[in-house]
Ligand binder design. Sequence first.
Ligand SMILES: CC1=C(/C=C/C(C)=C/C=C/C(C)=C/C=C/C=C(C)/C=C/C=C(C)/C=C/C2=C(C)CCCC2(C)C)C(C)(C)CCC1
Ligand SMILES: [Fe+2]
Length: 526
Amino acid sequence: METIFSRNKEEHPEPIKAEVQGQLPTWLQGVLLRNGPGMHTIGDTKYNHWFDGLALLHSFTFKNGEVYYRSKYLRSDTYNCNIEANRIVVSEFGTMAYPDPCKNIFAKAFSYLSHTIPEFTDNCLINIMKTGDDYYATSETNFIRKIDPQTLETLEKVDYSKYVAVNLATSHPHYDSAGNILNMGTSIVDKGRTKYVLFKIPSSVPEKEKKKSCFKQLEVVCSIPSRSLLQPSYYHSFGITENYIVFIEQPFKLDIVKLATAYIRGVNWASCLSFHKEDKTWFHFVDRKTKKEVSTKFYTDALVLYHHINAYEEDGHVVFDIVAYRDNSLYDMFYLKKLDKDFEENNRLTSIPTCKRFVVPLQHDKDAELGSNLVKLPTSATAVKEKDGSIYCQPEILCEGIELPRVNYDYNGKKYKYVYATEVQWSPVPTKIAKLNVQTKEVLHWGEEHCWPSEPIFVPSPDAREEDEGVVLTCVVVSEPNKAPFLLILDAKTFKELGRATVNVEMHLDLHGMFIQQKDLEAKME
Ligand SMILES: CC1=C(/C=C/C(C)=C/C=C/C(C)=C/C=C/C=C(C)/C=C/C=C(C)/C=C/C2=C(C)CCCC2(C)C)C(C)(C)CCC1
Ligand SMILES: [Fe+2]
C-alpha cells in the first residue's frame, strides 16, 4: 500500500494561485521555502527509508494578499544520475546502492573498491540555509546545493570539505546578529584524530574580493576531540548562547569500522549507527570569545536527541532546552516498510519525544560539597558535584509529545518564552501544532480532523515588541483523499486562525524550512 509517506509526488514548477480564505496581515510579504523527501521509487527500485527520498522543494509566495504555490525537485547530481539510470544508483543514509550494471567489468571492480570510500550524495533534503543573500538546500553530507528561492531552480554544488576538513555537517546551522553562519561538522580519522569542528561562514565578503565565494573565507572557530577515535557521536543540531556554544556528545554513535565495510557487507550506513544505553551523554561548552572549551565535565544519562530548541545564560548558568528520547526508535519508525501499511497501529515509538530543560551551573562554587545541587535558579533541574569533579545533571521536563521545534529567532540564545512545534504521540503522525510557554508550561493547540501540519514557522510582525507578535505558518497535508492541502496562517499570540491558502495539488510531508522576507529577496536581486 502506498501511503502519504511513500507515494512519489509530482512537481509543480509553475506558480499556482492558492485560494485564500480569511484575512492575511498586509505586512506578510515574502516566501515560505520548505524542503523534504518527495520521491521514494525510481524505476523498479525503492529507497528503504523516508529520510532517503529525493529532495522536493516547495514554496508559498505571499504578495499583496495573494498566495502562490510551487514545487520542484532539487536537480542534484544524485537526482540526475538516478533519473537517467531509471534506478537508484547513489547511496543514501538508509539505502546502499550498487554500481551501474551497464559498466564493464573493470569499471565495476573499480567502483566496487572505490565505494569502500563512498561517493557521497548531494540529495539535500533536510533544510534551507541562508549565506549572505544566497540560499542553499542542505543535508548532512559535505555537499550543499545553491538554489534560487523564487524559481526553486538548482544552482551550484558546494563541497564543504574543500574549505574545512569535515565529512559530515549539520543541517541546522546558527546565525549570529551579523548574519554569519556558525555550523558544526565531524572530521573522521583525519591525521589520526576524530573531532567535531565548529566553523564560521561570513555573511559577506569584503568589497575587493567580491568575486570570491564566502566559503573561501570560512574559518574554523574551534574543535572538540571526539571521546572515541572510531566512534564519534551522531548529532543533528547544537545550541548557542550569547557567550557559549552548546554541544551534546550523545551515546548514539557512528561506528567507523562498520561504515568503511558497509558497502562490501551489503548493509546501509544507518546500520552503523547505534545507541549505547549504558553510556553517558556529555555536555560541551565552548566560550565563543576565547574559543576554549569549559574544562569541567558535565554529563547526564544516556539519551538521543535531534533538535535543540534554544539556550541562554542566566546568573552564571547555561540553560538549554532540547527534544530528547530514551532510545533511537525515531529513526527506525521511518523505514518505509514500517510506514507502508497500518502504521498507526503497528509502528510505534518506544519512547515519546520529551522537551527537557537542562540547567548547567558553569560558574559554581568550586568548594561546594560533594552531592550538593549547584543549580541556583528556580527549576527542578539539578546538577550535582561528584567525587571525580564531574557534574551530573538531571533535567526539568517542560512537556511531552512535541517535535520539530521552532522559536522566534530574534530570541535565539536569549531568555525566551515560546516554542512552536508539531505534536506527536506514539506514531509518526503529526496531529496538531502547539505553542508552549516554557516559563509557565501552558500549551495552546491547533488541530483539525485528517490534518497533518508541518513544522510551524514563526514570522515576526514589523516593529514587534513582544516575543509572540507575529504569525505562525504551517503546511497542512490532508489525509482525506477529497480534501485539498493548505497553508495555515495563525496569529502567534492567540494561536487562532487568521486565514488559509488552499491549493489543489498533492502536497508532500516535509521536514524543515524558512521564511524569507520580501526585503531580503529584493536585496538578492540588486
Ligand atoms: C558523508 C558520510 C556519510 C554519509 C552520510 C549521509 C548520507 C547522511 C545523510 C543523513 C540524513 C539524510 C539525515 C537525516 C536526518 C533527519 C532527521 C534526524 C529528521 C528528523 C525528523 C523528525 C524529528 C521527524 C518528525 C516528524 C515528521 C517529519 C512527520 C511525522 C511527525 C514527526 C514529528 C515525528 C557516511 C556516514 C556514510 C560516512 C561518513 C561520511
Ligand atoms: Fe532537523
